[in-house]
Ligand binder design. Structure first.
Ligand code: AP5
Length: 265
């Protein structure tokens, strides 16, 4: 069984303590995963976490965890957010940003982060940039995953998620060893409420309208890495990892040559 960070500070909020903390990295990976619902961001975030150690921070996981708590513990903003989620619509920017800002210690974590499902609008991306600039944090890369619509619908229809550690499976493509049970923590697997056909349609339309403009936003900042999300999760992971490493090597080489040029002047 693999020991994974339970991400308590992210899932429950800053008053909770993570069970295990990632080893501080010399140069932490700070990544954003972009792509339509069901493209495989959560699956790749988990694989990237295992290799890079950076924490998987999913905004959807935070909302779902709040939704499983007692009704009386949910703030009016959270109740409203869960309604948007069930219909497949985006939660309003102000609610999402309040939730992320409250968890900014996770963004500053010396182990790095892999943001999944955030930012999702230009307003969210700009707020994140402002916060990261103010904290002196630099994005390593933004990975954009793409996949044809038909394949996405198949992936969402067969998805199952662990109610405890949130690991993601697919009933045919990525089944657990034991049906209905998580391989990592033995938690029970469930089907997400927003994976119904009518919500899937709304989610995909919302993605096109509100989130796809972020591809250009990050391309203009020179941080975009494009990955075709076809093949097995391991193939896609290897492609992602190879591109991320190559990007990092290019940046280090550039810094070294700039420093050498400075010394020669
Ligand atoms: P969120 O939880 O972020 O969901 P999402 O973006 O819709 O993405 P998914 O989790 O559905 O898909 P994924 O790309 O992670 O795919 P996965 O790896 O699971 O958000 C949910 C809702 O919360 C939103 O609709 C919104 O209401 C709200 N929300 C959250 N953040 C917000 C924000 N910032 N602003 C506003 N609202 C926000 O894979 C899917 C399936 O495919 C799995 O079964 C998997 O096993 C399988 N699979 C993965 N890879 C492969 C492969 N290579 N081959 C075959 N099968 C595969």
């Amino acid at each position: 069984m693999t020991t994974m960070n339970n991400r308590a500070a992210w899932i429950e909020g800053p008053s909770a303590q993570c069970e295990t903390r990632p080893e501080p990295a010399l140069v932490p990976w700070r990544l954003i995963l972009l792509g339509a619902p069901g493209v495989g961001k959560g699956t790749q975030a988990e694989l990237l976490h295992r290799r890079l150690r950076a924490c998987h921070l999913s905004t959807g996981d935070v909302f779902r965890a709040a939704g499983t708590g007692a009704d009386c513990n949910q703030s009016p903003a959270m109740k409203e957010a869960l309604g948007y989620m069930r219909r497949g619509e985006l939660v309003p920017d102000t609610t999402v940003w309040a939730m992320v800002r409250e968890r900014k210690s996770c963004l500053k974590c010396s182990g790095g982060f892999i943001l999944d499902g955030f930012p999702r609008t230009l307003t969210q991306a700009e707020s994140l940039k402002e916060l990261m600039d103010a904290e002196g944090l630099k994005l390593s890369a933004v990975v954009n995953y793409s996949l044809p619509f038909k394949e996405i619908v198949t992936r969402l229809g067969g998805r199952r998620t662990c109610e405890k550690c949130k690991a993601v499976y697919h009933i045919t493509e990525r089944p657990p060893k034991e049906e209905g049970q998580c391989d990592h923590c033995l938690g029970k697997l469930f089907q997400r409420e927003d994976d119904r056909p009518e919500s899937i349609k709304v989610r995909l339309e919302t993605y096109e309208r509100s989130t796809s403009p972020l591809i250009e936003f990050y391309r203009n900042q020179g941080v975009l890495v494009e990955v075709a999300a076809v093949g097995t999760p391991d193939d896609i992971f290897e492609d992602t990892f190879t591109q991320l490493e190559a990007k990092r090597v290019r940046e280090v080489a550039y810094k070294v040559s700039a420093a050498q040029a400075d010394r020669c002047e």
